[in-house]
Structure formats: C-alpha cells, structure tokens
Design a protein around this ligand. Structure first.
Ligand code: FAD
Ligand code: NAI
Length: 463
C-alpha cells in the first residue's frame, strides 16, 4: 500500500500533522512505537504534570489559604495514590480522544519503531515483525527525550527524570532538583506542596532565564514562600548514590557545596530523538545540537522528507509542534503554511503561573528598540485582591516609536490564559494603545494587563 504521507511519531506534532493531511485529502499513515498515542506531551509531559499541579495546588491552597476565607480544613490529608490514579485517568481520556480523531479522519495507525529505509520508504519494526510502508512524503515528528548528566545515570528510583517524577507513589522526604527551568520549577512545586523539602540547584544566576529579571525575582520570592530553596550560580560537578539517597558536589564561585537528598530530579533539558531513525543513511542532515535541519517549508536536506516539533530547532513546546505540523502539511500541498516564531507563548505552570510572549525587555533593548515599558502590580487589581490572587504583576513592552507591542510577561494566577490576548494582539500587529483602549470586563485580572498597556503608552491610569 502506498501513502501520500507517513508521519513518524504521534505526539502533538505528529498527530496534528496526520489530521491536517487527512483533511487536505492525503492518504495518511502514522507510525508510533508506543501503543498509546499522544507523545511526551500526553504521556509524561504537559498533561500529567498539569494534572498533578492542579491536585497539589488544591491541597496546598486548602492548607494555607482556606482559613482566610473562614473555611476550616481540619483533618485534611492527601492520598498520593489517588492523585496519581486521577492523573492516569486524565491521560487515558485524552488518549481516547486522539484515537477517535485518527479513526474519524481515516488515518492508518501503525504500531512500531519507524526507520527511514529510503526517501520514500519507512520500515516499521514491532513485536509482531517488520513491514515496509511506501509514501510520497515522510514527516519526522519523533520529538525529544530527557537529557541526563554525563556523570550520573537515571535509575528511576533515586536519580529521576521528569518521566519518573510524574509517577512517584509517595512524596519523598527530600529532593534536590538540578535545573531551574520549566520542569524543575513545575515538578519541584508539585512535591514541595506535598511536604517534600525541595532544593533547586541552577548554574545560571537566576531561575526561568527566558523571562526578564524583575519577573523571575518576584517568582523566586513567591516560590521560596512555598518552601522551595534555591542555589543559583551553582554548578553540579559530581554525584554519588548513598544508602539513603544521593549526594551531590557543586561549585558556587570558589566555594564547594554538598547536597544530600532522598531523591534527585535531573531537569537540565531535553534532546531530539533521531537515534535509529536512519537519518544519516537517508542523507537527512542534523545541526550541531543534533536537531534535524529544515528549510522554510520544514523540508529536510532530502526532498520529500519533512520534520517538525521537538526534533527540529526552536522552543520545545507542544503548541509550537502543532503549529509547525499544520504549516508543514500546508506547504506539502502548495499552500502558504507559516509559523510566526515571534509570537509563541511560553508558560511555566507554577503558582502563580508565569507567561511570556515575544521579546523580553532586555532582548528588545539589545535589538536596538527604544522601549516603552508598562508594569502593573496585581495588588492594585480589584478582582485579584478579592480572589486572593494579588501576588504578581503584568508587564507590557512596546516600541516607543511605533507603539507596537513587542512582548509581554505576566506573573499571576491564570497567566496561561491571560497571555492569549497579547499573542493575538501581536499576531494582528497591534499597539499598546490598542490594548489600553480595548474594553476589558470589570472586575477581571485582564484589567491588570490593560493597565500595564496604559503604562507602556506613557499614560498610566490606576497606578
Ligand atoms: P513528542 O511529544 O515527544 O512525540 C514524539 C513521539 O514520537 C513519541 O510518542 C515517541 O514515542 C514517538 N517516536 C519517537 N521515535 C520514534 C520512532 N522511531 N518510531 C515511532 N515512533 C517514534 N510543552 C508545552 O507546550 N506545555 C507544557 O505545559 C509542557 N509541559 C511539559 C512537561 C514535561 C514534564 C515535559 C517533559 C515536557 C513538557 N512540554 C510542554 C513539552 C512538550 O511535551 C513537547 O514540546 C511536545 O510533546 C513535543 O511534541 P512532538 O510531537 O514534537 O514530540
Ligand atoms: P530547560 O532548558 O527549561 O531548563 C534547564 C535548566 O537547567 C536551565 O536553567 C539550565 O541552566 C540548567 N542546567 C543545565 N545543566 C545544569 C547543571 N549541570 N547544573 C545546574 N543547572 C543546570 O529544561 P527542562 O526544565 O528540563 O525542560 C525541558 C523542556 O521541556 C523545556 O525547555 C521546555 O521546552 C519543555 N517544557 C515545557 C513546559 C511548559 O511549557 N510549561 C514544562 C516542562 C517542560
């Protein structure tokens, strides 16, 4: 059987591409090595982590904040097993949704490990044997996997990856997290809220380094209040397993530090999945970081072979993979597929959440913009104060000459939802004045963003 398109990998990039291709009339197959579709995002990433963040935020909120509302939470307890069961149920439900979409769109599902045998042939190896599928085009969407430390192997028991940390059966007494990026902060928060003594070690001088410093400093203070400890500018040099867990040696300037904990979460980034794919034999070139090289139509160095998502350069985000999937498939059929890489939102789901889009203030200045920056603290927003979510701030960065919004950052409850307004504004080429003059319902947190836009135009209102 010959297909118009074979997609290798069924994460958010791969399954979205398959759906779009089928909708555009292409006879499509999707090859996935796991029985369950959904990729990193659904099985061990975005969705399970958010299920755990929700459960633990409720528990932590009940313990710490219910009293202020006059609600007694005496006798409160947390059943980690039940929390994990709920998370697994969420994953199963979403996976059924993807199965449904594959069937609805007439996409051929093939279970097994895919390898490019020739530019128009994919070899699939599974428990039941080997088969060869032919296609006019191939799309590589094999995603990424956890990167480790050169001197320490994951063992799933003491030295944990994020895959292990979203499936622990109980809250450990103590945990050291290496890396204060998205995973370190999200999963560190999950376990800290359940009573684990969490210490985060990061070699950069600040946490969440994709955000401006005023935002990350405020975030760090709030996380410290929740019990997380940070050692910044600290480089982990070696580690050994001990009877009770793990011991790390790190350097902070001239000082040597030692950390001991029951568990270690290594959250130092992810690497693209290209091993065993047959890229070298097929002539598909990789860049110096091991990502598959692509052109403006997401086509690799081999005509007819495309690549998207975590396996290509750029932020490793599910929504980036999805958008590339749609655009790449559109390009295959001669439509003008495109992705606006300047307007990709990025959220870290701590409490409060922190969200960004576009340029940070530092990046805008570095690029030579004269910037108008508006900052609004949620302490001055009625809805935020009434809801007990007054920690945090909204920041809008605009170009002074044109007024165009260059970026925004939000530290607040539901920042993940609030940022969408700025993404749309930037997509439509809007200005800070457009945002400031757009009517926002009262009382809402979104008014805080509008106030930041007012301030960015040089006409602050309620500050
Ligand atoms: P993947 O989701 O990695 O999917 C690739 C698929 O290909 C996998 O199913 C894999 O089994 C399959 N595969 C690989 N090789 C082969 C082969 N040879 N043959 C057949 N199948 C193969 N992103 C966000 O946007 N928001 C979040 O909140 C978020 N949270 C995250 C939390 C965690 C803990 C982690 C680890 C990641 C998170 N991410 C988040 C990142 C997000 O999961 C990835 O960016 C996204 O999954 C990338 O999608 P993808 O389709 O490129 O690859
Ligand atoms: P990351 O790249 O976001 O952060 C890794 C951190 O580890 C960096 O701050 C880095 O400076 C630090 N680090 C690296 N080596 C170190 C060492 N030896 N000692 C001390 N610190 C060290 O990577 P992370 O958190 O593992 O996440 C991987 C990717 O998954 C992210 O880049 C993101 O794309 C995606 N993700 C997205 C989420 C979201 O959108 N909410 C949530 C979780 C993951």
């Amino acid at each position: 059987m010959e297909f118009d398109l074979i997609v290798i990998g069924a994460g958010p990039g791969g399954y979205t591409a398959a759906i779009k291709a089928a909708q555009l009339g292409m006879k499509t197959a999707i090859v996935e090595k796991d029985e369950t579709l959904g990729g990193t995002c659904l099985k061990v990433g975005c969705i399970p982590s958010k299920a755990l963040l929700t459960s633990t935020e409720l528990y932590y909120g009940a313990r710490r904040h219910f009293g202020a509302h006059g609600i007694s939470a005496d006798g409160l307890s947390m059943d980690v097993g039940a929390m994990m069961k709920r998370k697994d149920g969420v994953v199963r439900k979403m996976a059924r949704g993807i199965d449904y979409l594959m069937n609805k769109n007439g996409i051929e599902r093939v279970v097994g490990l895919g390898r490019i045998a020739r530019p128009n042939e994919v070899e699939v190896i599974s428990d039941t044997g080997q088969q060869c599928l032919k296609a006019k085009r191939i799309l590589i969407a094999t995603g990424s996997r956890v990167a480790g430390l050169p001197f320490l192997e994951f063992d799933g028991e003491t030295v944990l990856s994020s895959d292990d940390t979203v499936a622990l059966s109980q809250a450990p007494e103590s945990m050291v997290v290496i890396g204060a990026g998205a995973i370190g902060l999200e999963l560190g928060s999950v376990w800290a809220r359940l009573g684990t003594a969490v210490t985060v070690v990061e070699f950069l001088p600040r946490i969440a380094s994709t955000f401006d410093e005023d935002i990350t400093q405020a975030l760090q203070k709030l996380l410290q209040r929740q019990g997380l400890k940070f050692h910044l500018g600290t480089y982990v040099e070696s580690a050994e397993k001990t009877e009770g867990g793990v011991k790390l040696t790190a350097a902070k300037g001239d000082k040597k530090l030692e950390f001991e904990a029951e568990k270690l979460l290594v959250a130092v980034g992810r690497k693209p999945n290209t091993e065993g794919l047959g890229t070298a034999e097929a002539g598909v070139e990789l860049d110096e970081r091991g990502c598959i090289k692509i052109d403006v139509e997401w086509q690799t160095s081999v005509s007819g072979i495309y690549a998207i998502g975590d396996v290509v350069a750029g932020p490793m985000l599910a929504h980036k993979a999805e958008q590339e999937a749609i655009a790449a498939v559109e390009c295959m059929v001669g439509q003008p597929g495109s992705v606006n890489y300047d307007a990709i939102p990025w959220v870290i789901y701590t409490s409060p959440e922190v969200a960004t889009v576009g340029l940070t203030e530092a990046e805008a200045v570095e690029k030579g913009h004269e910037v108008g920056v508006g900052v609004f603290p949620f302490q001055a927003n009625g809805r935020a104060v009434a809801s007990g979510h007054a920690d945090g701030l909204a920041k809008v960065i605009a170009d002074k000459a044109t007024g165009l919004v260059l970026g925004a950052q939000i530290l607040s409850a539901n920042a993940s939802e609030l940022i969408a307004e700025v993404v749309l504004l930037m997509e439509l080429g809007g200005s800070a004045r457009d945002m400031a003059r757009t009517i926002h319902a009262h009382p809402t947190m979104s008014e805080g963003l509008r106030e930041a836009a007012h301030a960015a135009t040089g006409e602050p209102l309620h500050i």
